[in-house]
Write a protein of this length. Sequence first.
Length: 294
Amino acid sequence: MPELPEVEVLVRHLQKVLPGRVVRGVHFGAHQAGKFTPHSDLERLLPGTRFKRVSRRAKYLLFNLETSTAGRNSLTLLAHLGMTGRLYLIPKRVAIPRHATMVMDLGADHFIFEDSRRFGRMSLDLSVLERLGPEPWDKTFTWQKLHAALSGSRQPIKVRLLDQAMVAGVGNIYASEILFQAGIAPQIPARNLSSSQCRKLHAAIRRVLREAIDFGSSLRLDWSHSGADRLFYYGHDPSEPAMAGENLRVYGREGLPCLKCHRSIQKLAQAGRSTFFCPRCQTQKSRVPAPRKK
């Protein structure tokens, strides 16, 4: 599933190729998703609009479009890739893929939303954004506020990190990576983290996500690729060396030696998701909160 870094890399790519393109028409494939704005509304509102800007909020893509509709100068189309969604341009001479859910006619090209498992969405309803917490690099996201948000939670810290209302964009893969870099065991109750651990965690959230974005932005990717040799969620561009791969230190490395101490990476299930960690580098030690006075 694409997380904040993968979405940000895609946004940067689409921002180079979409602005100025005019939507000439919209049609939908037989492979439908369940979280779309009604097709009739998209077919009515999108044709004639011009892409102005592509941006990101958490794991959502936001397409700002100029429109000549009476009483409205612009509209925003929200996209979420779900588990398998892809957004890319292909020349009209190329056959539309069978898992295409939504196709925009941009003249010489088609803008494709492909989603084989149908968990993605394209919507004009932006209300989902109202429930999101700060972005990892917002000035309002300080280690003190992170500490305060964790202090009342008995959830394991790995599970708590996935709460999008606390900090927007952290997903399952990078939560494991963040905790490894912070040296914090994923099983520790969130409220037990010390001030020092929260400082390290806050720094690791920003560092791990930034490193992933910088890495993905440096690669030549095949945006439409959906094969088994996925690179950074997308695929290998034919010109990209085959040995290039994500810089993941623990995720997906169960049984392999830790890159720091060489002890075997372990895996456990938390809230129905896989967590990877090093039992030596990620300490179980934390402060024990004082009992509340009655």
